[in-house]
Design a binder for this molecule. Structure first.
Ligand SMILES: Nc1nc2c(ncn2[C@@H]2O[C@H](COP(=O)(O)OP(=O)(O)OP(=O)(O)O)[C@@H](O)[C@H]2O)c(=O)[nH]1
Ligand SMILES: [Mg+2]
Length: 336
C-alpha cells in the first residue's frame, strides 16, 4: 500500500444554538413573564493521538469533519442541548499545521495528547436573560455564534527507532527485508524505494525495534535533486542512523567519497540529524573475495572509530550481530 504521510483536512465545529423567545402561557394569566431558554453550545473538534495507528491512509476517503450544532433554547427556560464534540484520532507522531499560514499548531508526541482544532460556537441567550425592572416582557434574544471552520495539514513522522540512509542501490531495502518481516520492493536500479518502509525487528518475543528505510539520497539532494530529502523528516526522530555503503566494486577512495556525499546531505538538511549516532554498514560483502574483503576491512576499520559492520543481505552475514548491538544501544538510551 502506498505510504500516505501527509493529508489536509477541513473541520467545521458546530454552531451555537439560538436563544429562545418565549413567554409563559398559563391559564388565567394573560401576560406571563419571559421564559425563553438559552441555546446549547456547538460541538468542538478535537484531535487526539492514539497508539497503534501508523498511517494517515484513512483520510484518503474522509477528510471533512463536522461537529454537531447546539440546539435552540426552548420555552419554560429550557436550555438547548449542546452539540457533541467530535474526536479525530491520529497516529502518535502526527504534526498538525495550519494549512494557510503553515504554522505548527501541535506535535502529537504521545498517546492521549489532544488539541482543539475548531471551537464550537457559543450559545445564544434566551429572552429570560433580558428581563429587568424596566422591561418585564423583553422580546430580545441573541443568536448562537457560528462554530469555527479551519483547514489543517497533518504530517506523520514515522516513529522508528533506527533509520537506514545511503546512496541509491546500496541495499537498504534488502537489509530491511533480511532483518524484518517487511517486504519492500528491491531491484537493481536506483530509486527503487519511493516511499518510506517500516519493519519491526524481533530480538525475541518481547524485545523489538522499528527500522525505517527511506529512498536513496544523492549528491545535491538537499537542494532538490533526486527524490529530495523530504523523507529525512521520517527519520528525524530515530535514535540511530545506519549509513549503508556498497562495498563491492569500489576502492577505499570511492567509498570515502560516497560516505562524504551522504554526510554532506545530512548536514545540509539538519545539524541535529547529522549529529545523531550513526553507524556504518558496509554491505554486499558476498561480492568480494576473501583477500579483498580482508584488505578492505583493515582499511575501513583504521579510518572509523564508531561502530562498523560488514554485512550481506543475501546470505545474512553480519546482520544478527548488528541487530543485537542495535538493541543493546537502544536499551541504554531508553532506560536513561
Ligand atoms: N550481492 C548482493 N546484492 C545485494 C545485497 N544487498 C542488496 N543487493 C542487491 O542490490 C540491489 C539494490 O538493492 P535494494 O535493497 O533495492 O537497494 P536500496 O538501497 O534500497 O536502493 P534504493 O531504494 O533505490 O535506494 C538489488 O539488486 C539487491 O538484490 C547484498 O548484500 N549482496
Ligand atoms: Mg530501497
Amino acid at each position: 500500500m502506498k505510504f500516505i504521510d501527509e493529508t489536509v483536512i477541513s473541520v467545521k465545529a458546530g454552531n451555537g444554538g439560538d436563544g429562545c423567545l418565549s413567554f409563559r402561557r398559563e391559564k388565567y394569566i394573560p401576560f406571563g413573564g419571559p421564559d425563553g431558554g438559552d441555546g446549547g453550545i456547538g460541538g468542538s473538534i478535537i484531535a487526539t493521538a492514539k497508539d497503534g495507528l501508523n498511517t494517515l491512509a484513512d483520510f484518503r476517503n474522509k477528510n471533512e469533519f463536522r461537529a454537531s450544532n447546539g440546539e435552540k433554547g426552548g420555552g419554560k427556560n429550557k436550555k438547548g442541548k449542546a452539540g457533541e464534540d467530535l474526536v479525530i484520532e491520529l497516529p502518535v507522531g502526527s504534526v498538525i499545521y495550519d494549512n494557510e499560514s503553515g504554522n505548527e499548531i501541535c506535535d502529537l508526541e504521545s498517546h492521549g495528547q489532544s488539541v482543539e482544532l475548531a471551537k464550537g460556537g457559543d450559545f445564544g441567550l434566551g429572552n429570560t436573560r433580558f428581563k429587568s425592572s424596566t422591561n418585564r416582557a423583553p422580546r430580545k434574544i441573541t443568536k448562537g455564534i457560528k462554530g469555527e471552520s479551519k483547514k489543517y495539514k497533518i504530517v506523520l513522522k514515522v516513529l522508528a527507532d533506527v533509520g537506514l540512509v545511503g546512496l541509491p542501490n546500496v541495499g537498504k531495502s534488502s537489509i530491511l527485508s533480511a532483518v524484518s518481516m517487511a517486504r519492500p520492493k528491491i531491484a537493481n536500479y536506483e530509486f527503487t524505494t519511493l516511499h518510506p518502509n517500516l519493519g519491526v525487528v524481533l530480538i525475541n518475543e518481547y524485545e523489538k525495534f522499528v527500522v525505517a528505510d527511506i529512498p536513496g539520497l544523492i549528491e545535491g539532494a538537499s537542494s532538490g535533486l533526486g527524490l529530495g530529502i523530504q523523507f529525512l523528516k521520517h527519520i528525524s526522530r530515530t535514535k540511530l542512523l545506519l549509513h549503508v555503503i556498497d562495498i563491492s566494486n569500489s576502492d577505499i577512495k570511492k567509498i570515502t567519497k560516497d560516505i562524504q556525499v551522504i554526510e554532506t546531505e545530512l548536514k545540509n538538511y539538519d545539524d541535529k540529524l547529522f549529529n545523531m549516532s550513526r553507524w556504518y554498514v558496509f554491505n554486499k560483502i558476498d561480492l568480494l573475495n576473501r583477500k579483498d574483503l580482508m584488505d578492505m576491512k583493515n582499511n575501513i576499520v583504521k579510518n572509523h572509530d564508531s561502530n562498523v559492520y560488514f554485512t550481506s543481505s543475501i546470505n545474512k552475514n553480519g546482520l544478527e550481530k548488528m541487530c543485537n548491538d542495535i538493541w543493546n544501544h537502544l536499551r541504554e538510551i531508553y532506560n536513561d
